[in-house]
Design a protein around this ligand. Sequence first.
Ligand SMILES: Nc1ncnc2c1ncn2[C@@H]1O[C@H](COP(=O)(O)OP(=O)(O)OP(=O)(O)O)[C@@H](O)[C@H]1O
Length: 329
Amino acid sequence: MMMIDTAELTKTYNGRGGCRGITLQVPEGCIFGLLGPNGAGKSTFVKMLAGLHRPDSGRATVLGQPLGRPEARRKLGYLPELFRFQDWLTPAEVLRFHGQLGGLRPQETRAPSFRSRVRDTLELVGLSDAADRRVGGFSKGMQQRLGLAAALLLDPELVILDEPASALDPVGRYEIRSLLKRLRGRGVTIFLNTHLLEDVEELCDEAAFLYGGELLASGPLHKLLSGTGDSESSGANWRFRLGGWLPETWAELNGAVGGALSSKLRLVEADEDGNALLTARVSDREQAGYLCSQFIRSGLTLYESGPEPNSLEAWFLRMAGSRQGGDPQ
Ligand SMILES: Nc1ncnc2c1ncn2[C@@H]1O[C@H](COP(=O)(O)OP(=O)(O)OP(=O)(O)O)[C@@H](O)[C@H]1O
């Protein structure tokens, strides 16, 4: 089953901003990363999924139910981007309150089984030692952990996390990454809106890229990075290490390769010993092979040729650059 399934989902603010025509699917049991620069429309999209914004148009199901249904809401954990807990409460009191917001009756939240669930959840997010302190004295990172605890309290099948690690230090981020992997291991689906590309690279099975309110690409992360996903900026960056390089080689090579392909070639570095590193954005392996044959025909020695190591940051910049009219190289 698709845990999230949207078709042409649109929400603007008096016709401006927001996001438009978003069609994407999130399969069960995966960690899905929503990426895009500031103002891309990510939070607007997430708020529609969580039932906080009503779409202007389009369709969507979450956990197989149309948006906003209480049946789905009960199985959904949500960590909003901006939240603040009442300063005078302890974490256990905050979670009790969230249990009631999640549909439990007050007496149910006083039962020993609920108390032990609260203890387990606080332990899960690393807040056991702070269980009896007032939230008002918490650091931003501790508040974020408590927000995560509130999202996980009622054993959700789907967790939507809007910037869950933005206030955490490196240790905290490592711990939360481990926690998210454990949750996926238990079959929980996680939808992650984050600017932390290394988290996406390490955690996510699938991703989507929003820009200016539109969806530019979505699919399995490895396919997006290799340029074989549903992406406007398809192709792959290829790298060539060459020997026998002379100052005049660059001009000769451009003449030999010719046309559009020569404009995709970049000379990254060349040293006095004749070693050179070139990159090119190629459409497929055959095009990379053609370039190799041209290097050899030009009298160069080909030491190494292959796709550049995948880099989510390079992909992110390329996607944003392609839309800004910049060079998608
Ligand atoms: N309540 C609002 N009223 C008017 N415009 C809004 C509102 N919320 C968001 N917008 C606009 O909609 C666009 C998308 O904003 P949104 O917060 O969804 O983007 P985002 O990708 O989550 O950004 P960020 O990464 O900075 O959090 C922006 O142009 C923003 O100014």
